[in-house]
Design a binder for this molecule. Sequence first.
Ligand SMILES: [Zn+2]
Length: 229
Amino acid sequence: MRMFLNTRRSFSTTRKVASFAKWYRGLWRSKPANEPPYDHITQVGDPVLRLKATPVPLDAITSPEVKFLVQRMVDVMRKYDGVGLAAPQIGISLRVLVMGFDEKSKKEYTESERKIKGMKTLPLTVLINPEMKIKNYDKICFPEACMSVRGYSAEVTRYAEVSLTGFDETGVSRQLTLEGWNARIAQHEMDHLNGIVYTDVMNPKTFTCTCWEAVNRHHGRVRISFHQK
Ligand SMILES: [Zn+2]
């Protein structure tokens, strides 16, 4: 009985020492320093992609914080060769989006594909607190993808023409009308600001792993990377 007590006492003491050591080590160990706005893209499952994003207060539109956010969004969109990005995709639940369909994006498609999909150049566009109205209720269905659902695509039906209002990064009020592919980009990004991911509105039977053929060709040795240099 005595021996048992001794064992208990020594076990308890050992545990205290171990927890003290853990606490002490914790004082010195560097914390994982990765806070939003990220320089990578959040992936579906991240709660930030399911929130209804908050409007930027009017007196904060030209603040250094929003300026930093917009610049980070543009950098990340370009780094990942995207054509649109919403702030929740870098971890910030604010109503900010950036879009742009440049010559480099155009070159990823054949001329006939560009024509069929109504792809036209869209200069870099920043919209803070955007509002969208449907201008043409004709519905167009094409495959689209999302950098927050990396490695997949699916057909999504979108309206043919929309108009957008909002503020640019200098606080100037903007209004633009977009049709075809650019209208699709805008609808996709507006959905992000409302916590909607394209997989919510896709035709589920068309959901496709974009590298499924490569998976077969390379005996399954294919990796989807979430990092882009
Ligand atoms: Zn997306």
